[in-house]
Design a protein around this ligand. Structure first.
Ligand code: NAD
Length: 330
């Protein structure tokens, strides 16, 4: 019996061997996501602290780790090391998936992109929230211009990050290693704005450290306003000082033909939708692990067959540049 092309493709599909740099909180989610993907294996882990990982070789020497036979290296180390680790991984001949934020300066992002080009390797950014059902739903509505003229978009992220959170990892809260609340806590939502509506000009920003004292070397609360290059204005208010626990993350869109508010702890539910001609909809629940697995599937499919990349390195750089613009008001 002749074998079909998809079956043949499946049979000859290359195995993608992944290595992780940094084996903390998010790396464990990468590990679980990789386990969900057929043909993708976690083959090496590097961390400065000796770590135990069932059935995966672990390394505390970077050179030894980089010498392993790997296709993709995922950089899950602290923010301030993303550029350095990505560049080392690219220079040793690997494709790279870099956690958010892509880096802590747009210059560093440019260097990462140039290093990928020089080595003819690819670099990708982890912005898994783009795969959430609410994000996908919003993207379709915005791309189809169902809201008419977009007049205003307001984002509000009200979270809690307490002493325990900052005690867990020594890089958190440090200016050089963490960079700031917009980089670590809220870059997904800056990315949502950029992905949905394109670039913007930051008009002004204000920051306060209300109740984190010397636990953090930057603000716990901020607010900035902006104009979209495509037209329309907006604001972004954020805090990690909510009482006891995370409260919510919301985005409100005001257009000439519709009003939408998405909310929930991670902007993952529709709170209000009144859009001309748009039927009510029910979305699937958000699944962060499935979203990270989708990042890997997208990356693998791009490496194997050059399919469209969901979050390009230029997107990663643009988000860093926007945060830089906001922080230029510090
Ligand atoms: N995509 C997301 O939703 C998401 C969520 C959480 C964190 N992150 C990002 O992931 C990164 C890690 O965050 P985390 O919460 O897992 O932090 P973490 O502190 O739990 O883990 C960081 C790990 O990196 C290791 N490390 C530190 N210095 C290193 C070095 N020089 N070389 C190798 N390893 C080193 C630490 O020992 C630790 O195991 C950060 O950039 C963070 O912004 C992304």
């Amino acid at each position: 019996m002749p074998i079909s092309w998809p079956k043949l493709y499946h049979l000859i599909q290359l195995q993608m061997k992944v290595g992780l740099i940094g084996y903390g909180n998010i790396a464990k989610k990468h590990q679980a996501a990789i386990a969900k993907i057929e043909g993708c294996t976690l083959d090496a882990i590097y961390d400065v602290v000796p770590v135990a990982a069932e059935s995966t070789p672990t390394f505390t020497e970077l050179k030894e780790f980089l010498d392993q036979d790997l296709d993709i290296i995922s950089v899950c180390s602290p923010n301030g090391l993303h550029a350095e680790h990505s560049i080392q991984a690219l220079n040793s001949g690997h494709h790279v998936i870099c956690e958010k934020p892509f880096a802590l300066s747009s210059e560093a992002c440019a260097e990462m992109i140039a290093t990928a080009e020089k080595n003819e390797k690819k670099i990708f950014c982890t912005m898994q929230n783009r795969y959430s059902p609410v994000s996908q739903w919003l993207k379709k509505i915005v791309d189809e211009e169902a809201l008419g003229q977009l007049n205003m978009v307001n984002v509000a992220c009200y979270w809690n990050r307490n002493k325990n959170y900052y005690k867990q990892s020594d890089w958190r809260g440090k200016a050089e290693a963490d960079g700031g609340t917009l980089f670590t806590q809220f870059s997904h939502y800056v990315d949502s704005l950029y992905w949905l509506f394109g670039d913007m000009k930051i008009l002004n920003a204000q920051f306060q450290n209300f109740d984190h004292g010397d636990m953090i070397e930057f603000e716990d609360t901020g607010i900035f306003s902006f104009l979209f290059h495509q037209g329309g204005m907006g604001s972004f208010a954020y805090t990690t000082s909510c009482f006891e626990k995370n409260f919510e993350s919301t985005m409100t869109l005001i257009g000439s033909k519709g009003t939408i508010k998405v909310a929930g702890q991670y902007m993952d539910s529709i709170e209000y939708c009144n859009v001309e001609g748009l039927a009510p909809t029910t979305l699937l629940a958000n699944d962060n692990l499935a979203n990270i697995a989708a990042v890997y599937r997208n990356v693998i499919s791009n490496i194997e067959s050059n399919s469209t990349v969901m979050t390009t390195p230029l997107d990663g750089k643009a988000v860093v540049k926007l945060i830089e613009q906001v922080y230029s008001f510090r």
